[in-house]
Design a protein around this ligand. Structure first.
Ligand code: PBG
Length: 431
């Protein structure tokens, strides 16, 4: 049961506000209580009799009251209806409330929001642990090292910490992870060749995870920045230009190496042109037709990536990423990327960052039938954490709301550092 995906019906809590349970109500224990009464006949014939009833209160309510249905109906027809509680009195308004005649409204949208149960009935979007992909930072060390700019996140030792963290996530229904490696500086080169070392950190971690958890869905990051001595996603020419086609060549080798280790979904986050088609062809040529590609379709040159780059020590040595990542001012351009990715065979389209780019998520949702992913990036995570620590916002509620908003905008899956915390919340666990 450890990796069960909770699809239990909503157990509506009466508590108001952005309570976790208001989002999906995955608590298996609220609402209907099962009363299993088990009779075991240990007689000589050793026949066992199991009687399982679905409610504990039913027994009393079906006991005979003495009148037949016809007698009851006759009594009512004769004007002797049994008593029922009176209509409750109208609640008083505070003194000073103006006395007005009601507005002649044909539509009062508040009617459908009156009670928690009604709100739950009309909720348009749901959030479930199955929607989350958990990004995990890994390193060669034995210990888990806290990441200063991302409270609650660690660089996990790939042999122990990683395995434990994934186990915890599976316990609450999160069965998808994406791996980001912190590569030793000594292995970084201008061409990032460590990216396709079959015995590198990522392939080793994939093999270990698949050995432990064969049904885990493993996403990988395809880009050169963790392996590049320049900290760029591609190979840098001496004049500072990021080479496109040469980089794509490396990315293909990287993706194939990850697929060989057992990756389920390779995710190019580099924003080079033509990489999805080239990676598809490279995977197919090596017999990895079953491996999916999640393309970072609209990845913006965003300042929200700061904490991530600290986590991996992957800040570009010079310049910025604006010649390959998109201009945050641009919307239509996302459609150009969308068309290319669709034509090149992407299986999933990703928008990054998440919350500041809800319009772009909606744009892709409305223009493609493919699954859409949103990446709630490090800066978004850290802002919510910091606001919570400073008691300026309610961390848990803001977390759940932000994730719900990404779903509402059109994301099928969400890459989020909150995956474990949010899934625990959805399962009714508080830590
Ligand atoms: C790099 C990569 C980045 C992130 C994921 N992959 C950073 C960057 O583009 O500089 C950012 C994720 C985050 O901020 O949470 N290929």
């Amino acid at each position: 049961m450890a990796s069960a995906m909770f699809t239990a019906p909503c157990g509506v809590r009466s508590a108001e506000g952005a309570d976790c349970q208001n989002y999906v109500g995955l608590r298996p224990n609220t609402g209907l209580k099962f009363n299993a009464s088990v009779t075991v006949k240990t007689a000589m014939n050793a026949r066992r009799l199991f009687a399982v009833r679905a409610s504990e209160k039913r027994d009393e309510s079906i006991k005979k009251l003495g009148m037949t249905d016809a007698e009851c109906e006759a009594a009512v027809v004769a004007g002797n209806a049994p008593d029922a509680p009176p209509v409750p009195p109208k609640p008083a308004s505070p003194a000073g409330t103006p006395v007005v005649s009601s507005l002649p409204l044909s539509r009062r949208p508040r009617r459908n929001r009156r009670t928690p149960a009604m709100r739950a009935s009309f909720q348009e979007t749901n959030l479930s642990p199955g929607n989350f992909v958990y990004p995990l930072f890994i390193h060669e060390g034995e210990e888990d090292t806290p990441i200063g700019a991302m409270p609650g996140c660690y660089r996990l030792g790939w042999r122990h910490g990683l395995i434990e963290e994934v186990g915890k996530a599976r316990d609450v229904g999160v069965n998808s992870v994406v791996l980001f490696p912190k590569v030793p500086d000594a292995l970084k080169t201008p061409t990032g060749d460590e990216a396709y070392n079959d015995n590198g950190l990522v392939p080793r971690a994939i093999r270990l995870l698949k050995d432990k958890y064969p049904d885990l869905v493993i996403y990988t990051d395809v880009a050169l920045d963790p392996y590049s001595s320049d900290g760029h996603d591609g190979i840098v020419r001496e004049d500072g230009v990021i080479l496109n086609d040469e980089t794509v060549h490396q990315l293909c080798k990287q993706a194939v190496s990850q697929a060989r280790a057992g990756a389920d979904v390779v995710s190019p986050s580099d924003m080079m042109d033509g990489r999805v088609g080239a990676i598809r062809a490279a995977l197919d040529a090596e017999g990895f037709q079953h491996v999916s590609i999640m393309s970072y379709t609209a990845k913006y040159a965003s300042s929200f990536y700061g904490p991530f780059r600290e986590a991996l020590d992957s800040n570009p040595r010079f310049g910025d990423k604006k010649t390959y990542q998109m201009n945050p001012a641009n919307y239509r351009e996302a459609l150009v990327e969308l068309r290319a990715d669709e034509a090149e065979g992407a299986d999933i389209l990703l928008v990054k960052p998440g919350l500041p780019y809800l319009d772009v998520i909606r744009l892709l949702r409305d223009n493609s039938p493919l699954p859409i992913a949103a990446y709630q990036v490090s800066g978004e995570y850290s802002m919510i954490k910091a606001g919570g620590v400073l008691k300026m916002i309610d961390e848990e509620r803001v977390m759940m709301e932000s994730l719900m908003c990404l779903r509402r905008a059109g994301a099928d899956i969400i890459l989020t550092y909150f995956a474990l915390q949010a899934a625990r919340c959805l399962c009714g666990e508080k830590r």
